[in-house]
Every structure is written in C-alpha cells, then in structure tokens.
Design a protein around this ligand. Structure first.
Ligand SMILES: NC(=O)c1ccc[n+]([C@@H]2O[C@H](COP(=O)([O-])OP(=O)(O)OC[C@H]3O[C@@H](n4cnc5c(N)ncnc54)[C@H](O)[C@@H]3O)[C@@H](O)[C@H]2O)c1
Ligand SMILES: [Zn+2]
Ligand SMILES: [Zn+2]
Length: 363
C-alpha cells in the first residue's frame, strides 16, 4: 500500500511524499499512526547532523492503532492502541543476558525493506520507527499497548521526550526525595525531567533556559525556581539559589557544549550530571581534571532515560490517567504533516513545548 510521510533525501530538504509500505513480516506489526510529537532529534537528522543514511523517514515519537500483525505475533493485537518505542531489547545479547536491557546492543527493528520510496530505495526510519507518516511497520517489541483512555497526542509524547526526561530522573540519576535539581533546556525533554523531579519529590527544582516563555511554562511542570541565562552566568545563579553549594543533580537537555559545561560545574559535591542532549558532530568538551576530581560525583549519559518501554509506557499512561503526570500542558498545538518546518521554527524561537502532528481529522 501507499502511505504519506516526511522524507528527507538531501540535507535540509524535508518533503511530504507517498511511499510504499509492505505487509508486516514475522514478528512485525503495521501501525496506523494517529499522532506524532515533533522531537528535536528529527531536526538533527533533517539537518545532516545524525548520519547520512538517506533517504530518511522522520519521526520517532508516535502513537497509533495496530492494523495488522505478522506471523508469530501474539502481542500487541489488532486494534490495540500502542506507543512506539525506539528501543526494543532483544533479550539475548551480552547486555540483555546480564539484565541490562536498556543497553541492549541488538535492539529489534522491522526489516528495513518494508518501507520504500516509490523509486525503490529503502527508507531509514529515525530510531527504527518512522512516525511523521500515517502508516509504519515496526517490530512487535517496539509497539507497546496502552490504555485506550489516553488521547493519542498525549500518548505519543511518552514515546520519546516524556520517557527520556522522566527516566533520566528515576533510572539514570536516581533522584532522591529532598534533593536539589537543575535542568538546562526546558523543551519537551527538559520539561519532562522537571516533572520527573517533582514526582521524585525533589525539594528544589531549578529550570534554566534562554526563553522567558519556557521558564514560565517550566513552573507548570514543577520548577520551584527559574534561571534565565540572559541574566548572567547560570552557574553563579544556581549557586546563589542553593546556598552557595550547587545542585545534587543536573540534567543537560539543550544539546550544547556550554550547557553541558554549566551542568557539570553547577553541581554540589558528589553531584550527578546527566547528559541527555544530542551534541553536534565534532563537539568537544575541555575538562579541567583536577576540578572534576575534586568535585567528585559523576557524569552519566542517558539514552531514552534508561527505560524499558514495555514496563514504563503503560505505567506513564496510567500516571497520566490518575492525574499525576501532566501531558495536556506539554501539547502546544496540533499540526498537519506538511507543517513540520513551522513546528521547528516555533521550537527554535522558544515558543513551543511540543507540536504534535495529528491525522484523521483530529486537527
Ligand atoms: N538522550 C536521549 O535519549 C534523547 C531523547 C530525546 C531527545 N534528546 C535530545 O535532547 C535535546 C532536547 O530535546 P527537546 O526535544 O526537548 O528540544 P527543544 O528544542 O524542545 O528544547 C531545547 C531547549 O533548550 C533551550 N536552550 C537553547 N539554548 C540554551 C542555552 N544556551 N541555555 C539554556 N537553554 C537553552 C531552548 O530554549 C529549548 O527550550 C535535544 O538535543 C535532543 O536531540 C535526547
Ligand atoms: Zn539485547
Ligand atoms: Zn526524541
């Protein structure tokens, strides 16, 4: 069948195109996408900063309905509402075998030839998913069934930004109740880290951004203090807010070298700095090692918040339905497939938390 999606054949040139979608093979499922969040990472693919395996089918933060299942699939089932995951641990590699499933080195994906351009080229899907489109094929392990009560736009955000921010707090950093937290960059991911810190009962949650509107919105998710980088050195501002000490946990969610540096040096003794943002190719950090040693603690990279989608997606959906996890506030607006350029402009201008592409007249 033919589907419609945002395809990038050349750096910086996304186009809505029709492409070919095959039936799902063994252990695969065909999903009708109902909503897809516009995460910053797709822009990096679009701009040639995340590899050159063209053509790309953008989008990796989606939710939809299972339309068909391939041979051998027991879960999910046709009609299930699913959130798509960009990691599906294999259960058998050297990491999975010792229980470190979030680090799986052989994540399950659909066969790459299932999605093709009309001129016969296999599409590289972002994160092995592809959600800026109305249909995609993924491995069954990447399609996680959730309650039908959660609306698709809100559900889609769990598929990347929300899971990453919340998981970084609970699984990567292990934020303790009563602690202090600083979050650099308050987009979809950073706002979710702030929300995670609130759910973990951190005492002081400092939001750091350059856009005043983002800082205002950060308060909705749980920020107790805000730091506008334009008002002066954020490290000094954080020290001042924390009695001269710095924060116990810092999260870098802007994907910039200077924010990573600031996140490292705004820690208290033995503090944990979590690197979430994707850096540009060739980006490097000069690290004064004596000071780094003297401060103690750690710098940790968080992929996908060290999550296990099959365990965590239904749990986050449940938190939303209980009123504990704020997702409505994260959806800045609904857009059409052809409006991703505007969504990225609004993201760049600091005007959106998340634009969400919706299908089937939900616009
Ligand atoms: N590690 C992972 O698994 C993972 C998952 C999802 C996204 N990401 C990455 O996380 C980052 C954030 O993604 P997002 O979708 O939330 O992006 P976003 O563009 O919505 O948010 C980035 C925020 O950083 C702010 N910012 C920009 N410059 C700043 C500065 N100098 N100081 C402080 N704040 C600044 C922006 O105003 C914006 O609010 C991106 O690099 C993305 O690629 C990583
Ligand atoms: Zn594995
Ligand atoms: Zn993402």
């Amino acid at each position: 069948m033919l589907a419609q999606g945002v395809i990038v054949r050349k750096v910086g040139e996304p186009r809505v195109e029709e492409f070919v979608v095959d039936d799902p093979g063994p252990d695969e499922v065909l999903v009708r996408i109902e909503a897809s969040g516009v995460c910053h990472t797709d822009l990096l693919y679009q701009e040639g900063q995340a590899g050159d395996n063209y053509p790309f089918l953008l989008g990796h933060e989606g939710a939809g309905v299972v339309e068909k299942v391939g041979p051998g699939v027991e879960n999910p089932q046709v009609g299930d509402h699913v959130i798509l995951a960009w990691r599906g641990p294999c259960g058998q590699c050297r990491f999975c075998r010792i229980g470190l499933l979030p680090w799986c080195s052989n994540n399950l994906n659909a066969d790459k030839s299932r999605l093709r351009t009309q001129d016969g080229q296999n599409l590289t899907t972002v994160g092995g998913v592809g959600t800026f489109c109305n249909y995609t094929v993924v491995n069954a392990a990447q399609a996680i069934s959730v309650s039908k009560d959660i609306p698709f736009p809100q559900a889609s955000l769990i598929g990347c930004g929300v899971m990453t921010g919340i998981g970084a707090v609970f699984y990567t950093a292990g934020v303790r109740p009563g602690s202090s937290v600083a979050v650099f960059g308050c987009g979809g991911v950073g706002a979710s880290a702030i929300q995670g810190a609130r759910l973990a009962h951190a005492q002081q949650i400092i939001a750091v951004d350059i856009a005043p509107q983002k800082l205002e919105e950060a308060k909705l998710f749980g920020a107790t203090h805000t730091v506008n980088v334009n008002d002066g050195d954020p490290v000094a501002q954080i020290k001042e807010l924390t009695g001269g000490n710095g924060a116990n946990y810092t999260f870098e969610c802007a994907g910039r070298v200077e924010t990573l540096e600031q996140a490292l040096w705004s820690r208290d003794l033995a503090g944990v700095c979590v690197m979430i943002g994707m850096q540009a190719p060739g980006a490097t950090l000069a690290l004064p090692l004596q000071q780094f040693f003297g401060l103690g603690g750690s710098l940790r990279v968080s992929w996908y918040g060290d999550c296990l989608p099959a365990r965590d997606f239904p749990m986050l959906a449940d938190w939303y339905l209980k009123g504990e996890l704020k997702l409505d506030e994260l959806v800045s607006g609904h857009i059409h497939l052809g409006q991703t350029a505007e969504a990225y402009q609004a993201m760049h201008d600091g005007k959106t938390m998340r634009s969400v592409i919706v299908f089937d007249g939900q616009q």
